[in-house]
Design a protein around this ligand. Sequence first.
Ligand code: ATP
Ligand code: MG
Length: 481
Amino acid sequence: MKTQKATVKDLLQSGDCNQEVEIRGWVRTKRGNKQVNFIALNDGSTINNIQIVVEMTNFPEEMMKKVTTGAAIYVKGLLVESAGSGQSHEIQAKELVVLGEADPEKYPIQPKKHSLEFLRDVAHLRFRTNIFGAVFRIRHAMAFAIHQYFNDHGFYYLHTPLITASDCEGAGETFRVTTLDPKNPPLDEKGEVDFKQDFFGKATNLTVSGQLEGELGAMALGKIYTFGPTFRAENSNTTRHLSEFWMIEPEMAFYDLEDNMDLAEDFLKYLIRYALEHCMDDLKFLSARLQEEEKNKKAEDRSMELIEKLNFVLTHSFERVSYTEAVEILMNSKQNKNGKFQYPVSGWGVDLQSEHERYLVEKHFKKPVILTGYPKEIKAFYMKQNPDGKTVAAMDVLFPQIGEIIGGSQREENYDKLVNRMKEVGISTESMSYYLDTRRFGSAVHSGFGLGFERLLLFVTGMGNIRDVIPFPRTPKNAEF
Ligand code: ATP
Ligand code: MG
């Protein structure tokens, strides 16, 4: 039984020529003359097209007119080694069927340079361009590699809920989930919306992070990870924020901050190595495209070539620095003194902005940085309190071009300290009783982190806008498709 239809990738890799093959795909370009036409055909299996050679006398002219950019066609013919330069194989067409036409007057993706902004407006068709083909094949490869890594390292994939009743983390503004009539919601004695009458009998929202539930799993299964969508209704219109993004959150019992940092570094390097080993064709394409863009920049503004940058991260150990040291470096930087930061660093205690993170990585240390020991005021309640009473055992991994790519910490395992902190910041211990049970029964040192999947993809693909590494971006005022 033949289980698979051959893809362009198969045919281009195939050693045996002079055999009859069948292929289906979409026309990228067609060129030629009255005698012979050359069709570049792509089926999404690879960045590379296969060339179809059509002797025009063998095919009706009317049909060949319908072979235009974007049309779906079927071809049967002889696979031969190509005489022309630029490709290894080509197909000499014996049969050609137009499966689906694409009217050149109306089809938006024509063989010319389209801006990424334009392609975002036709995001339902942008998969058909080289650039988005490359990005989404890499996205797939990275998702696969993430599961591979954790499976190989004894982690269990835990599915945490998307609908939750807790926003205790304060990680971001939430999206409410309700079935109440927005025009006429039931009210309580105080005149406020009575969520007791809502679908779940309480106010619920979409999750901002699977971590709290992840901890529950880790405190029994040992090592778990979540990998799913998270939702933040934050109105931050940046190139690094989405309202719906995918997060990878490992959580490990008996891991302290040091173990956590080791894991984060090893994991990121594994993923980058995986991309270099499995996605080279796509990376080369993206790199060439970036090089083209870089030409327009001043020499000092040009960034490292994509593949070189990925290798650079692989071969350097991440610099581990305390928040306190980082703030000193920033305060003493020329950038800060000359007022070049949009948000000046005024002293210990300030939250670091992406411009500060990037300065540390790109200008000062010139490699990825892991910052630890943040002031407790700017971090979440569940982070392990350090003996100094001021800082917590947090760790953020900072990358060139991106800034924060990972946020994590050792968790506070001491029941009393955790409860005190919750009271200080005004989180109800009652509604979080389930979470506190892990500290009541068999509590132990444990740690974890969150990696934003799209931030990883920004780094690996070199794309500049997070909207271009997720198939259907959700951002403020945009939920098309
Ligand atoms: P930032 O300061 O950049 O907003 P954060 O401190 O809110 O990040 P965390 O709550 O620690 O981020 O989330 C863990 C990781 O999830 C981050 O390191 C980042 O990679 C990613 N992330 C956070 N918010 C977003 C977002 N809105 N869109 C895409 N990825 C995000
Ligand atoms: Mg945030």
